[in-house]
Ligand binder design. Structure first.
Ligand code: G6P
Length: 588
């Protein structure tokens, strides 16, 4: 959802500024790829240079291949369009009338229309349709009467909405100014200089230590210092060393991040299980919190993890917890009480954070299931249980889903009264099941993708625990291959969906031992109308190992991910960067 990066490098490295910013943008590109841009202050010419372009970072990188300016500060942006369509002119950075300011922004400035009218009345000329450009002119306006940091703060104080905003100015060319409200922003200290960025992953290769900013923080950095204020007072930041290595966020020999991350799942599940079981006290704390009324909130793939959790918990213990889609959670504010379990890979999804804030206003305790240490959800939750998936770069979530299921499975079992040893024994089979789910199905998924990639629509059916897995499979297929895949409970299909059954219409059935009859009936109903029916299950069209019902998510998910992946690849699509999607959705 728009990626921001900025830096001020020490003198010997200044000529690397543009190339370094391009590298940071490459790491941030999963946050949006409608356009990309860079602005730096060039000490030799004494002015700000801006380059920006509709399209992916690679195009901007080609354009700037040979640029080596002696830059004292620089900012960069990769855009996921909200106000104004993707175009060169709407691309960030935005500048003011005097070209004395350049700004990048992630978020939404709710009062931009009023501010724009006011600024036009004062004689400012606008070039783009974005809300962000307003900030460039506001900053310019206050620079007339105030010192740069004061002017920046005055401009920030006029904004309504939410933002991570970063700017440079010719009036103090060694500094990068930044402010955060409800959109992520992390500062980093490195050997070459200081940085600020939308996420930790982009900072891995350049920063030794990072510190997330909080809402209301405003500050600046130069190559030596990072200064932050909150409510007008200087604030000391808690820096930590990221546990992820830069190599983890590289593709290595894989063609795409998605396939790399699919293959990393056995290890990711193993590490997550080891970590969560070793923190048994924390698991028991969650179990105690769940003695209160409990609801789950999550979005996208994390929502599907919530559905699997709810099902598992109900089957193992008889307890039912509702799972609420984060974007709808504000309508359910009355039930966001007691304990709210928020599941989020990034820990930055706006809708999930909003639900968490409603819950906290209601006096609820919040449990976060989070992959990114130091993310907003991590900091706002009363208890955080981490998934240990490592950095996930592919936009479509894969390994983080199975690691969420690993954590949630442990919590469900503990709630059901299983001991640490019993949980450990049940968990020990899972990494191997995931590995077999991949190795047994990969060739078949690749083969079937040939047929399914040609289709326009399809159903993915399941029952019991395989229904939310069918939902996740359909989401993967839809988001990366653009084939319209819809999931239904197998028995529900006859209440409407079957109207689409006709020769050639594809249906994928996700096996579970819970109610094979239900699945077979659905098969017959579709097949007798000429539909092409394919099964994902033991000894089926796309095989996975024969497992117990509660292990089905770990066996059945990889084949569906692989099917989606190969469908996208066959269509010549980039599975890592599906159109219109962003990995971390920080707007509502
Ligand atoms: C976006 C991503 C999805 C993800 C969802 C929730 O829509 O494209 O892959 O599942 O956000 O993200 P979270 O970080 O909260 O799990």
């Amino acid at each position: 959802m728009c990626g921001i990066a900025a830096t001020a490098l020490k003198p010997p490295y200044r000529k690397d500024t543009v190339q370094l910013l391009i590298n940071l943008l490459k790491a941030l590109e999963y946050r949006g790829y409608d356009s990309a841009g860079v602005a730096v202050y060039d000490l030799d010419s004494g002015r700000i240079h801006v380059w920006k372009k509709k399209g992916k970072v690679a195009e901007l990188a080609r354009m700037l291949e040979k640029v080596r300016l002696n830059a004292s500060s620089g900012i960069a942006h990769t855009r996921w369009a909200t106000h104004g369509p993707p175009s060169d002119v709407n691309a960030h950075p935005h500048t003011d009338c005097l070209e004395s300011v350049a700004v990048v922004h992630n978020g939404i400035i709710a009062n931009y229309k009023e501010l724009k009218e006011e600024l036009i009345r004062r004689g400012h000329r606008f070039e783009s349709e974005t809300d962000t450009e307003v900030f460039a002119h506001l900053f310019e306006e206050y620079l007339r009467t105030s010192e740069p940091f004061e002017a920046f703060k005055r401009a920030v104080s006029r904004l309504e909405g939410y933002y991570a905003i970063v700017a440079i100015t010719t009036k103090d060319p060694y500094k990068v100014f930044f402010a955060r409200k409800e959109s992520p922003l992390i500062v980093g200290r490195g050997i070459k200089g200081n940085f600020v960025s939308s996420d930790i992953v982009s900072l891995l290769g350049v920063s030794e230590e990072v510190a997330p900013l909080s809402d209301g923080d405003v500050g600046w950095l130069d190559s030596e210092e990072i200064f932050v204020e909150s409510e007008g007072k200087r604030k000391s930041l808690s820096f930590f060393k990221p546990s992820w290595s830069p190599a983890q966020a590289q593709k290595g020999s894989f063609e795409h991040f998605m396939i790399k991350e699919i293959h990393e799942q056995p290890q990711a599940v193993k590490e997550t299980l080891t970590s969560v079981i070793s923190e048994w006290e924390k698991v028991m704390e969650v179990v105690r919190l769940m003695e209160e009324w409990t609801a789950v909130v999550a979005a996208g793939t994390s929502y599907h993890a919530g559905l699997v959790f709810s099902y598992l918990l109900m089957k193992l213990s008889g307890r039912f917890v509702p799972v609420i889609d984060s974007s709808e959670a504000h309508h359910y504010s009355k039930v966001l009480r007691g304990t709210v379990i928020a599941i989020s890979q990034s820990g930055e999804t706006y809708d999930t954070l909003k639900a968490v804030r409603i819950a906290k206003e209601n006096g609820a305790k919040v449990v976060g299931i989070v992959n990114v240490v130091g993310s907003t959800l991590d900091r706002e939750a009363d208890v955080t249980v981490y998934t240990r998936a490592g950095p996930e770069v592919g936009v479509a979530a894969t390994k983080t889903f199975l690691t969420q299921l690993a954590v949630l499975g442990v919590i469900a079992r503990a709630y059901a009264g299983q001991s640490k040893e019993e949980v450990g024994a049940a968990a020990s089979r899972l990494p191997d099941i995931v590995a077999k789910g991949i190795s047994m199905s990969i060739g078949y998924a690749k083969e079937l993708s040939r047929t399914l990639a040609e289709k326009r629509d399809m159903y993915v059916l399941g029952t019991g625990v395989s229904y939310p897995i069918a939902m996740e499979g359909a989401l993967k297929i839809k988001e990366i291959s653009y084939v319209h895949a819809e999931a239904y409970p197998a028995g529900e299909a006859k209440h409407g969906p079957i109207a689409l059954a006709e020769p050639g219409f594809p249906v994928v059935i996700v096996w579970t031992p819970e109610d094979e009859d239900k699945l077979s009936v659905a098969h017959e109903e579709f097949a007798s109308r000429g539909s092409e029916v394919y099964w994902v299950g033991p000894e089926k069209d796309i095989p996975f190992p024969k497992v117990e019902w509660h292990e089905v998510p770990f066996a059945a998910t990889p084949p569906l991910q692989l099917l989606a992946y190969y469908m996208a690849v066959r269509k010549g699509l980039d599975p890592d960067k599906p159109r219109n999607l962003a990995k971390s959705v920080t707007v509502h």
